[in-house]
Design a protein around this ligand. Sequence first.
Ligand SMILES: *[C@@H]1O[C@H](CO)[C@@H](O)[C@H](O)[C@H]1NC(C)=O
Ligand SMILES: *[C@@H]1O[C@H](CO)[C@@H](O)[C@H](O)[C@H]1NC(C)=O
Length: 212
Amino acid sequence: MLERTYTRHGSSLIVRLMSFVCLFFESYVAPCVELKTAKRDHVQQNQQTRFPRATRPLPLKLVTVGKDRGTAMESVALEYVKKIQRYCAFEEVQLRPNPKNSSDVSNQVSSEGERVMRSISTKDWVVLLDERGKEMTSEKFADLIADAGETGASAVVFCIGGPFGHGPQVRERANVSVKLSTMVLNHQVAFLVLLEQIYRAWTILRGEKYHH
Ligand SMILES: *[C@@H]1O[C@H](CO)[C@@H](O)[C@H](O)[C@H]1NC(C)=O
Ligand SMILES: *[C@@H]1O[C@H](CO)[C@@H](O)[C@H](O)[C@H]1NC(C)=O
């Protein structure tokens, strides 16, 4: 009798204890663990956890073909240019499309190409931004900039073509073709994306936290 009471009492105590533990786990421990994992994933996505890479910072030059960007676009671009200039020399060469050539697209593209070529020297390492180029992650793009420093080149030249793309001479000259996005980007937007990725590349190479 005593034993039965004890057993019944004991088992219900165990059940109650178990359910308490379960409740405690469900309502406190599990969410905590989830939160931690979520936090860690978040950190891995947003912060570069890579070690810094010693890099010879080559001067960067960006050659664009196109009409005037508005003042709003220019001021956003300038923010990034200033950030990039903390890491390396940076200049932009903006070429205007020649209106005399606008009646014939292939003529226009090839005359633009000729002018782009005048901004490229023989010792430059030329990166073509192109829809048909290589897709890459920001980390790979950072490596590309670092690798360029090891080629003996004197500068890296990024080329963003006009609305009708790159001239054949420029395609021929390119050392690598990079695709900035799988979506089609307006060349002004591509310009901003490129600046942002160059800045991001430097934070990756230096092992720094990315500042938004
Ligand atoms: C376009 O430009 C090129 C070189 O700048 C020139 O040789 C050509 O005559 C021009 N074409 C037209 C249609 O004006
Ligand atoms: C870049 O391309 C040019 C022209 O094709 C070539 O002469 C040069 O050797 C290339 N540079 C490197 C580092 O491959």
